[in-house]
Design a protein around this ligand. Sequence first.
Ligand SMILES: *Cc1c(COP(=O)(O)O)cnc(C)c1O
Length: 385
Amino acid sequence: MTKPLRHIETKLIHAGEPEPLIMGAVSMPIFQSSTFEYAGQKSYHDLKYIRLNNTPNHVALHQKLAALENAEAAIVTASGMAAITTTLLALLGPGDHFLAQECLYGGTHDFLTKDFATLGISFDFIDGDDQDSWKIKLRSNTKAVYVETITNPLMQVADLKSLIEFTKTHDLISIIDNTFASPINFRPSEWGFDLSLHSCTKYLNGHSDIVAGAVIGRADLVEKILHKLNHLGASLDPHACFLLHRGIKTLAVRIKYQNKSALEIAKYLENHPAIKMVNHPGLESNPGHQRARDLFDGYGGMLSFELKDGVNAAERIIKNITLPISAPSLGGVESLITRPATTSHSGMSSKERQSLGISDSLVRLSVGIEATEDIIEDFDQALKG
Ligand SMILES: *Cc1c(COP(=O)(O)O)cnc(C)c1O
């Protein structure tokens, strides 16, 4: 009998698990062995060795992640940035041109702006909302287009459907950083994206205790990226594989709770007299709301907001709030609060941030799995103080 693995909740638990179970172990054991007995492999990439990302811990995760996004293949990497940089280095070379959404994760933005020139790769930023402008940026040597499902920290949703059409028409590789949505809320392969990237440090692991990444998508591209990864050496340690594997199993219950809680908190904040505006794709006031409705199964656990009284008020609330911890990163079971101007976007000048619409008083919240009422009560006292 084959297992009915139709729904994502079931795949989280059962897809990719070894059959038969290893020594009957219900949880995947950790294979803490750097090398494995030679078994006649013909290719370098097939030798069993931790750096080649192919221990039983890796194989199980690869199969599970591919199943979660209904994609052909997947690999895990040493961090989200390892997934991003290895993918771009595998697909682009000297003389190539690349298009990327203008509001990117800080590390990705830095990699393009600081490292691409020395690699001989050129790029242009595109406005994810303005499909007419994409064609103007296109060159004969353009190879790929890169976007994020929900942008940080303004929680915008680009015109992803038009973008997929654009990449298909012009024979470009489409890449999306799907970290903020997670496979529960959005599965890029189902909509035609070639590659989906994750910082598994965030929602997939969900417990703020490892760094890890993933590349999910077309098998031919994933294999190419794996070979580059084998050369660069950014493989995931088996112990981190074990923790990621354990974290992934609760992804659906966490994300569904976080979707609901974040929307309730966003609505509460939107109605609070001290708050100027709230960014969350689930709010009807959000310009990306209709797109999010069409594409996503949930709006995610991230939101940001601006206070009427500016930077000082933003600092005050971060100081006064007791449950959300003031820390960068996101996607864990605990709520985290930050001011992007001082953390994720501190690499940009105030002027650069302004041009992207990121005010210095913007506060970002990653909603954990605490009781929603407790977080709201905490905001109530923090906004009074
Ligand atoms: C955190 C993050 C990354 C980088 O991931 P690391 O695991 O920290 O290397 C990339 N993209 C997004 C959207 C992120 O939030």
